[in-house]
Design a protein around this ligand. Structure first.
Ligand code: BTN
Length: 275
């Protein structure tokens, strides 16, 4: 597969597609950073405006969930961080935001790439091929002390594998990770994809503030492939848990029924869907 690299990211090309009021109204595009989440958290502490977005062509120390590294080669993918101020967060538990961001990314991918992307709890965006769910995108949300009254600001970090050919993935990820290019055979404009994700995220935050959490919870449950499945959850610092994923609890935790009938609420871990 021969990827046609996308044109370089720029403030102008992203702005040309933006439809948002708040998210992305302040926008920084960098060639290389250590981590867009790290950089945006520093900007936020210095008083960056609400909705500031930092994007980079590459990251030298991209952060993943559970202390992992996020593979971030130049020119191929989307690495973006969004500053969500306390007033955009509404009354829903803060722990819902990683799930909300996943809905925004899943919808954007479905819309632009026309792929049947689904979510693996809590916020992996995956696509099924040959019965195996492969990861297209991941989200890392970090809470930071805000200078504003009303609570903590959040940095929502989004990594989407866009135009990455299989050879560009480390060997150990090739059977479990994928990209829009690999799944569709065509390259995508990252500027448009980012603008679409920001539009979806802003719409979800608006809905949350105006109508409460019901619609959001339903939207997540509809996209989430984990509910009803037999799963194994790799837990940090303890033995893996196995059982059936029953429902998402009111704080976004995953409720698991073990074979012995015990109910566990999982708040952090890596889910493996079992057949
Ligand atoms: C995961 O492990 O699934 C979450 C990956 C999140 C990666 C993104 S890339 C942009 C932002 N900056 C980072 O350092 N991490 C997030």
């Amino acid at each position: 597969m021969n990827p046609q690299p996308d044109s370089p990211l720029s403030v102008e090309t992203i702005r040309a597609h933006l439809t948002t009021r708040v998210l992305g109204s302040t926008l920084y595009v960098h060639n290389e950073v250590d981590s867009t989440n790290r950089l945006l958290a520093d900007l936020a502490r210095e008083g960056a405006p609400d909705g500031t977005v930092v994007v980079a062509e590459s990251q030298t120390a991209g952060r993943g969930r559970l202390g992992r590294q996020w593979v971030s080669p130049p020119g191929l993918n989307l690495y973006a961080s969004i500053l969500l101020p306390p007033w955009m967060q509404s009354s829903i538990a803060i722990t819902w935001f990683p799930l909300l961001a996943a809905v925004a990314v899943g919808r954007a991918i479905r819309d632009l790439a026309e792929l049947p992307a689904t979510l693996k709890w809590p916020n992996d965006v995956i696509v099924l091929r040959d019965g195996i769910g492969r990861k297209l995108a991941g989200i890392l949300v970090e809470a930071i002390e805000s200078q504003q009254p009303g609570g903590r600001a959040m940095v929502i970090g989004i990594g989407i594998n866009v135009n990455m050919p299989i050879e560009a993935f480390p060997v150990e990820l090739r059977s479990t990770a994928t990209s829009l290019l690999i799944e569709t055979g065509r390259p995508f404009a990252r500027s448009r994809l980012l603008a679409t994700v920001l539009g979806e995220l802003e719409r979800l935050c608006d809905e949350l503030r105006e109508h409460g959490s019901g619609g959001i919870v339903e939207a997540y449950q509809n996209l989430c492939d984990t509910i009803g499945k037999r799963i194994r959850v790799e837990l940090v610092g303890s033995e893996p848990a196995e059982g059936t994923a029953e429902v998402i609890a009111s704080d976004g935790a995953l409720r698991l029924r073990t074979r012995e009938g015990k109910i566990l609420e999982i708040r952090a871990g890596d889910v493996v869907h079992l057949r």
